[in-house]
Design a protein. Sequence first.
Length: 278
Amino acid sequence: MKDTFTRSCQHWSETSRKEMENFYALASIDYKHLAEKFEWKKWLEMHQFNVGERSLKLLDVACGSGKFPSALVQYAKLTNAKILPVEYALLDPSDFSIAEARKVLKFPFLASTEYETTLQEFSSKEGAYDIVWATHALYAIPKHELKDALKKFIFAMGRSGFIAHASSKSHYLKFYKHYLNGFKDSFGEPYSSAEDIIKTLKYIGIPHKVKKINYDNYISENALLQVEGYLQRCIFDDSIDLKTMLRNSITGPYLNDCIRDAQWHFKQQVMMIFLSKS
């Protein structure tokens, strides 16, 4: 956890902005799919109806650079949603990420409280937020900490929660495992998977529903700089360039299989997990 978490925080920084931009050249589609695969406008309107004439309070856990709320505004037609401005709280261990997310928030999301902390160390009043969500945000939480982290998540929920997370069949988890085997002698904490999260939610006993989506992150075979930055961000390690990854006996065959029809294709399987307190 410490190694993975430390490296992830180092990558969410001003000094790694270029690498972040290369990563999102491919990864922005993750949030487009999330925004398009569910009726978020109706969902938020339902929550607004339930709370009456006050603004919804929402907590974004490990908010990153705010790609999910930006995708919702762009693709989910929220500008004409029948809701009041949403009080949008930002939680992230990186002050850089919080600042980036705050800059991109647009109606109906209005930046409110900021928490520079991890989910594991977060403290709130029970049910402080009508909605709590985390999108592609919990990978660096090791399995043995998932139960306590998700209890914090659920404790902060007033009514609903949403977690979007890649499964063990997704590129994000498969490539990180290959990286640990190929460059770290199999040492290191693997990413937590959607299956780990769902298993933990069942153990805790919180009602939830799951929607599975499949898609590819893809880009031209010649976009080597963007692919290198994307893969480095996938493993939070910019000390290994693309040529070295391709030469490695474990990551190389995997990456070569990702090239077809003059494009890189990175297969993703993501679980959209909806939690509820009834």
